[in-house]
Design a protein around this ligand. Structure first.
Ligand code: PEP
Ligand code: MN
Length: 674
């Protein structure tokens, strides 16, 4: 700081100021490392309570020291308060992190050492006192996720968006599909350089290796080069490694300065990108959610899906406004396998551990079809922990968000209860809206048996005014010797038949591993009576974004049934409807006893729609129509019946299946015929 400053030269004075400021920044960073060392010494027990007396003493001392230098009391006071706040935050964040007792970490990244992912990892963990990183190299983002899931890496670090190139959609999709928590994020400044072998010159270069993204971000520079070919290559670090191996001084690479250092290359030119300000945001992933100590500013990321009708997104966003929650990001993506619907990724201030945030999310479930929390994590971009969600007493406009009322007595379900949501849930399936006044008819064969059979049934459903085609592909049969269904081959037939007649389809899924493959083709996932308490299956469909039809277990009480529904809702999927299909009683005249009183009882207890399946209750064709009428009379939102073009030769449940023209007469008598 003793550089000669000529009083007349404003430029050199400014240079002097820059130099002093650089020194201040360096000292602030150094001060932070001391704070981290203190945190380490304090150990892993409780987050430090602030020692306010010590802080005041320290500030008084600094003010006195400042006066010696002729500095204002106000300046020193506000400056040191900020500095102390920062070190308390750094210490609390350090003590809150799960890997607190370790100095080293394995990090899964896409790419190799020297890639921007590895550099961003170092930036993130260095600032948290963890400097010993080893990388688990993955070829794809999906592999990097897998490495964390199967324990080969402690954490994963993946890019999620770039200021020039935009969102990295593959990573968004993986965050939705895989069960990892976001535990941190960091913005890394990407600085592309032109690298070459030591002694190489720009003019002599004939080939340049570059990652496609990097080439796009440096297109102005690259297109200005003469006699030089751009070779699109893996990633920036691989490009560097490649030219180091080639050992040819006419070959260059676009990568970071650090990658160059790692592979023994020279920086031939810096600042070769079209834009100088180029940032990539990375997220840090772990199998465990982060614990965020009180007082540490935090951000939460969620994914949600809303209904496909006007105002649906506004209704959901109103929850943020009306609870005073600060939304900092909103990104939309089509739902994989369901391109007509959109998913919304949101970041907001606050942590799920904060009671007001937890309450806000609970309210949000009443306005969305699907909600998944990706994680809460300390955020250094934010000033203070959102004093969160002090509810805005004066919402600017429109209907206030309903306050969830408390259930009157403790029950094993909450999200499904009327107390939680007073309005009826409407399950949207194609054109059908289950839960509104108009009765929705679901019909089709018990099991998909052949192309001809399912096409004939689909035609009847369409012609007679049904809304949804059903058909079992995976049949949970009581006897292992009964027909088990055509599996995925049947699903393909059902899917095609639905498509041919413009009908959404519902089919049963019987194992958690099949959920995503079945959800790729079916519009509604059915959970059968025999699986109503298969909790891992319920959780798996709860993570899906397809509506779920939950049939009543044949020996289950209404409350057990609602608790089963709660498993689905608690995982995030709010599009659930219930199907009464008869229960076991002492009566043997019918296959089961249709419990129609369940319909009005459910309507008192839950906001979820209720439909009735008279076919499985009756077990006999002739009883189906009268029971269907009774279901309509008692207020069911829909009816599901089995139909078959040739019931006498059906492979399953023939005796209770309606013939196609019989189905037509039922539709007529219910007033549903087209
Ligand atoms: C079905 O709907 O085909 C079925 C198997 O029903 P449940 O699970 O009610 O027996
Ligand atoms: Mn059946």
């Amino acid at each position: 700081m003793d550089s000669p400053i000529s009083p007349d030269d404003i430029e050199s004075i400014r240079a002097g100021i820059d130099e002093v400021d650089a020194g201040i920044l360096e000292l602030l960073a150094q001060r932070r490392t001391f704070s981290l060392r203190v945190a380490r010494l304090k150990g892993t027990q409780d987050a430090p309570s602030r020692d306010l007396l010590r802080e005041e003493d320290l500030i008084a001392e600094r003010i006195a020291g400042g006066l010696d230098h002729g500095l204002d009391t106000g300046l020193i006071n506000s400056l040191w308060r900020e500095i102390i706040n920062d070190s308390v935050r750094v210490q609390r964040e350090f003590l809150g992190r799960s890997e607190v007792d370790r100095d080293s970490l394995t990090v899964a990244i896409q790419g190799i050492e020297g890639s921007y992912s590895s550099l961003a990892s170092r930036q993130f963990f260095d600032a948290r006192g963890i400097t010993d990183l080893s990388f688990v190299r993955s070829d794809t983002f999906a592999d990097a996720f897998e490495a964390v899931i199967d324990g080969r890496a402690d954490v994963g670090v993946v890019p999620i968006e770039n200021t020039t190139a935009g969102a990295i959609s593959e990573v968004y999709d993986l965050l939705l599909e895989r069960e990892l928590h976001v535990i941190g994020d960091t913005r890394y400044r990407v600085r592309h350089c032109l690298l070459g072998l030591p002694g190489a010159s720009v003019a002599a270069l004939r080939r340049i290796y570059a990652h496609p993204q990097a080439a796009a971000q440096c297109s102005d520079f690259l297109s200005g080069l003469e006699d030089c070919e751009v070779i699109v290559f893996g990633d920036t670090a691989l490009s560097s490694k490649k030219i180091a191996e080639l050992g040819d001084s006419t070959v260059g690479a676009i990568a970071s300065e650090d990658a160059g250092r790692l592979y023994g290359l020279d920086v031939l030119l810096t600042g070769v990108a079209n834009r100088d300000q180029n940032f990539t945001r990375f997220v840090v992933l772990s199998t465990e959610a982060a614990h965020i100590p009180e007082g540490v500013p935090a951000k939460t990321s969620i994914v949600m899906a809303v209904g496909n009708h006007p105002g649906a997104l506004m209704d959901a966003l109103a929850v943020f406004r009306d609870t005073g929650t600060n939304l900092v990001k909103l990104e939309s993506r089509p739902i994989p396998d369901n391109p007509t619907d959109e998913l919304f990724y949101l970041d907001f201030e606050g942590a799920v551990e904060d009671p007001p945030v937890a309450a806000m999310l609970e309210t949000l479930t009443t306005h969305v079809h699907f909600l998944k929390v990706l994680g809460s994590y300390p955020s250094r971009d934010l000033r203070s922990r959102a004093p969160t969600a002090a509810p805005n007493r004066n919402p600017t406009r429109s209907a206030p968000v309903e306050e969830p009322a408390k259930p009157s007595k403790p029950v094993g379900y909450k999200l499904g209860s009327r107390g939680h949501k007073k309005r009826n849930t409407i399950v949207e399936v194609g054109e059908a809206r289950i839960g509104e006044d108009r009765l929705v008819m679901i019909a089709g064969p018990c099991a998909v048996e052949s192309w001809d059979q399912v096409m004939a049934a689909a035609r009847a459903v369409k012609d007679y005014g049904g809304s949804i085609l059903r058909g079992g592909c995976f049949k949970p049969r009581t006897s292992p010797y009964s027909f088990q269904g055509l599996g995925f081959e049947g699903l393909e037939m059902l899917f095609e038949a639905g498509k041919a007649f413009g009908l959404p389809v519902v089919t049963e899924v019987i194992s958690p591993e099949d959920v995503s493959a079945v959800a790729a083709k079916a519009d509604v996932l059915q959970i059968g009576a025999r699986n109503m308490q298969n909790f891992s299956l319920l959780s798996a469909v709860g993570r899906s974004h397809r509506p779920v039809m939950l049939k009543r277990g044949m020996s289950s009480s209404i409350d057990e049934w609602l608790q089963a529904a709660e498993y689905i809702l608690a995982e995030g999927n709010q599009q659930v409807f219930l199907c009464e299909r008869g229960i076991r009683t002492f009566e043997t005249s019918t296959r089961n006893t249709l419990d129609l009183s369940a319909v009005p009882v459910l309507m008192q207890r839950t906001h979820l729609p209720v439909i009735v399946d008279p076919s499985h209750a009756a077990g006999e064709r002739l009883l189906v129509a009268p029971l269907a009428h009774a279901a309509a009379a008692v207020g069911a939102h829909g009816i599901m019946v089995e139909i078959h073009p040739d019931p006498d030769n059906a492979l399953s449940d023939g005796p209770q299946s309606l013939e196609l023209d019989q189905f037509g007469r039922l539709m007529d008598s219910l007033g549903l015929a087209r």
